[in-house]
Design a protein around this ligand. Structure first.
Ligand SMILES: *[C@@H]1O[C@H](CO)[C@@H](O)[C@H](O)[C@H]1NC(C)=O
Ligand SMILES: *[C@@H]1O[C@H](CO)[C@@H](O)[C@H](O)[C@H]1NC(C)=O
Length: 497
């Protein structure tokens, strides 16, 4: 019994010792990662469930990939918190593919087979060698295909091109040719880079002096051209537009409209003119009618057009009572870009009277109430459909009741953020419901409330943050002394008047 236990412990120790996953520390990280042409690194925390589930797969994949000369490593972010922070690790596990110290995010499956196949693919050249036989097939093999034409594979252009290709091997298809017959077939004089696309201009040659082309130039050029001038936006590609952070101009169309193509052709030149500054899309107005409404297109009348400033969540709709015409569209986009037109702000009407202690705030009154510097202000931004908001209501009411006597110094408010837009003066955006924001009297900063939603915690938060005194005025305080009650000025008193 004892013997077998000891043996088992030994066997376990042997397994631990035999791990093919490298443990990285601040001392070894650069030394081990930087020279590797290809390496997988997992940043993990011992308590993280997904990391635990991945561990046996990661171990086994490391053993398989060792045969192919591909190393797997891990960093324990509890032991090496500084190292993980320095590397910008924000969640667990964070898995990255490193190539000579430069990393990309691992997007493969978290299984032995997944890791092995992903890393094996990563170890193949990111740049295919293109011969005449495959040239025609290759240039149409994906939505975006970049092909470098060079006299020699060691040309300086090849170095930059390969760097971009390695970084974006999962995003686009890359090829290189040194074949004279391909130069002729493509009608190209090397050195050159050509982008083949299945949309917009099908063939685009890199326009700048190619001799000074860097990997970054190439990357930016491809990224720009990868966004169509005016594509249809839907659930699949929306994220790509959102992540670009650029303003998004929508053409809302009824797909069954006979003039659909005509409208697209009308907007396209405007889209082309502002390409790189504003992304343009068209969208199915019937399927995404609610989205149109959220963008302040209030009539179900198509086509509609609106520019959305995604960073600031501001909306600039085209006047729906006017026909769509290119010149006015251009003027709207131009005015948006140079800041000469105002965003459209949705607001409920200002209530005739405030019936409850919770102040019913609407968009139109936001600046007057929230930026009243004499008051501390605590606002709940809610949506009528939000369950957490409904549960908070009674507490929020009690909070306002509690401070009812000091409404001249502290406003407890609520705003329906689905019916009221925040004006540009609010330097934050509501991203979830409920959102609770506090503004101290006299300050222009908003403080997030992210504590629990109990009355006690909310009160404690207010008491801690309020700039004004929240003491009730003492109504039962003795009246000011009458002249009779005043002590006569005597010689014991210095003249302090
Ligand atoms: C670039 O990649 C191609 C294709 O893999 C290869 O033949 C060439 O040697 C590489 N050139 C440089 C300079 O790395
Ligand atoms: C109000 O004034 C009375 C009489 O001076 C005093 O006894 C009481 O403590 C005061 N209450 C508060 C809340 O300050």
């Amino acid at each position: 019994m004892r013997f077998s236990k000891a043996l088992a412990a030994l066997a376990l120790a042997a397994v631990a010792l035999a791990s093919d996953v490298l443990d990285l520390t601040p001392d070894t990280f650069d030394e081990l990662v930087n020279p590797e042409p290809l390496m997988l690194v997992e940043f993990f925390a011992p308590w993280c469930g997904h990391c635990k589930a991945l561990a046996p797969h990661y171990e086994e994949a490391a053993t398989v990939l060792k045969e192919k000369g591909i190393k797997l490593a891990k960093v324990n972010c509890v032991d090496e918190a500084d190292l993980c922070q320095k590397n910008g690790v924000q969640g667990y596990p964070t898995i990255r593919v490193y190539r000579n110290g430069e990393h990309t995010t691992y997007t493969g499956a978290r299984s032995v087979e997944g890791i092995v196949s992903y890393m094996t693919k990563q170890s193949l050249p990111a740049v295919g060698s293109i011969t005449t036989e495959i040239f025609n097939e290759f240039k149409g093999a994906d939505k975006i295909v970049a092909l470098a034409f060079v006299e020699s594979a060691s040309d300086p252009l090849a170095v930059e091109f390969n760097a971009t290709a390695n970084k974006h091997r999962d995003d686009y298809l890359f090829g290189m040719t040194t074949d004279k017959e391909v130069f002729e077939a493509a009608g190209v004089t090397p050195p050159a880079v050509i982008l083949y696309r299945t949309f917009d201009e099908p063939v685009t040659e890199y326009p700048y002096p190619i001799s000074s082309l860097t990997a970054d130039d190439l990357e930016n050029w491809i990224k720009d051209l990868a966004v169509p001038v005016l594509d249809q936006v839907n659930a699949e590609n929306y994220q790509a537009y959102a992540q670009s952070g650029k303003p998004l101009a929508y053409l809302f169309l009824d797909p069954s409209d006979a003039k659909k193509e005509e409208y697209i052709d009308l907007v396209k030149p405007v889209a082309a003119k502002y390409k790189g500054k504003v992304n343009f899309v068209w969208i199915d107005a019937i399927q995404f009618g609610d989205h149109a409404k959220a963008l302040n297109l209030n009539e179900a009348k198509w086509p509609g057009f609106v520019v959305q400033d995604l960073q600031n969540q501001l909306k600039y709709p085209y006047d729906q009572s006017h026909e769509l015409e290119a010149a006015s569209l251009g003027a709207l986009v131009e005015g948006f870009l140079d800041g000469t037109i105002e965003p459209s702000l949705k607001s409920q009407p200002i209530p005739d009277e405030q019936k409850e202690n919770v102040f019913e705030l609407v968009g139109r009154q936001f600046d007057d109430v929230v930026f009243d510097d004499s008051k501390d202000v605590f606002v709940e931004f809610f949506a009528p459909w939000c369950g957490h908001c409904k549960r908070l209501k009674a507490t929020w009411d009690s909070l306002a009741d509690r401070y009812a006597d000091v409404q001249d110094r502290l406003v407890i408010a609520k705003m329906d953020a689905t019916e009221n837009d925040l004006p540009p003066s609010a330097n934050f955006r509501v991203a979830g419901f409920p959102t609770l924001k506090f503004k101290k009297a006299g300050s222009s900063e908003f403080i997030d409330y992210d504590g629990d939603r109990s009355l006690e915690s909310l009160v404690a938060f207010i008491e801690e943050n309020a700039a004004n005194s929240l003491e009730k005025k003492n109504e039962s305080a003795p009246p000011p002394p009458t002249p009779e009650a005043q002590e006569p000025l005597g010689h014991d008193h210095h003249d302090e008047l």
